[in-house]
Design a protein around this ligand. Structure first.
Ligand code: GLU
Length: 304
């Protein structure tokens, strides 16, 4: 967290469906925060969880970003092509004794865990931490955590503190199906891409202490974080493909951008209602006010 680092931000959508309003908010917030500070802004396709990828979604997301007037720096990187980098990071953690093989099945964890994890599921009870039970084989790889406070100061959400040992437990780096976990991929990629500032949705707030822990284990520096409020439906559910948030209409780009700016607390003038995409961006870049962004993790938006 060095103030001398150049600002380099990023937007990291998962191609599990088309871009929706919730991801647009994260894109607009990270873009304006970067550009108004003279920063770079990179796009990364988070397609590491290959079974969840929807064919064509990555291209559709990039086309939508283009139609919405976003301009990114450098080539788009794809996590599905970065397996070697993740394997190398995992090997370093294994050699340092920080990662260990785990034989537990989902059912065994369900039967033996005593604590819920902070973001759903169960905290891993540490069954394989001292070595595999006799005759068992490694299914997944986990990272050792401790129970001291892992904390950071979020620019919007304030101080966030977790005790990883009890809040999450030793967490997965490589899954039983052989895929690398999101937590490992995101940390390796943010370091690889030299990201100094992360602006993303508050749905990832609970993951951040794990990512900071992993950065420390790998000797990476920790970026500065701002977690934007997440758009939710009237039931308080985050807008996502699961709750069937509609895809963004590219012929409504200017109107959708204005909606995202309003969601982010910006004082959008009424005369912009009929503006073009370029005019909306010109106004937003000249008037972006990060301090007006609401601080809570959730905002209910009426669904069209
Ligand atoms: N790929 C994640 C998502 O689409 C974002 C991860 C991140 O910004 O760190 O929710």
């Amino acid at each position: 967290m060095s103030p001398t680092l150049p600002y380099r931000g990023r937007f990291a959508p998962s191609p599990t469906g088309p871009l929706h309003f919730g991801s647009l908010v994260a894109g607009v917030g990270s873009y304006l925060d970067a550009r108004t500070q003279g920063g770079e802004w990179l796009v990364r396709m988070e397609d590491v969880d290959t079974p969840r990828n929807v064919p064509g979604a990555a291209d559709a997301i990039l086309k939508t970003l283009e139609a919405f007037g976003f301009a990114w720096d450098g080539p788009v990187i794809y996590q599905s092509r970065r397996g070697d980098a993740y394997a190398e990071a995992l090997a370093r953690l294994q050699q340092a004794g920080l990662a260990y093989g785990c034989a537990c099945s989902r059912k065994e964890i369900a039967d033996s865990a005593t604590r819920p994890a902070i973001d759903g599921g169960l905290a891993y009870p540490g069954t394989c931490r001292m070595g595999l039970p006799d005759g068992r084989e490694v299914r997944a790889w986990r990272l050792r955590v401790n129970d001291e406070a892992t904390a950071f100061d979020d620019r919007l959400q304030g101080r966030v503190v977790q005790h990883l040992g009890s809040d999450v437990g030793d967490f997965i780096l490589r899954r039983a199906d052989g895929l690398f976990a999101y937590q490992l991929a995101v940390v390796v990629d943010d370091d690889f891409q030299g990201i100094s500032q992360i602006v993303r949705g508050a749905d990832l707030l609970a993951s951040t202490p794990r990512q900071i822990w992993l950065q420390r284990c790998l000797g990476f520096s920790t970026p500065t974080y701002a977690h934007l409020p997440v758009a939710a439906n009237a039931a308080g559910e985050k807008l996502s493909k699961q709750t069937l948030a509609r895809a963004l209409a590219t012929d409504q780009a200017a109107a959708e951008l204005l909606r995202a700016l309003k969601f982010l607390g910006q004082a959008v003038p009424g005369e912009l209602a009929s503006a073009t995409v370029a005019e909306v961006w010109a106004w937003a870049l000249a008037n972006w006010d990060f301090s007006a962004t609401p601080h809570g993790p959730l905002i209910i938006v009426p669904q069209a």
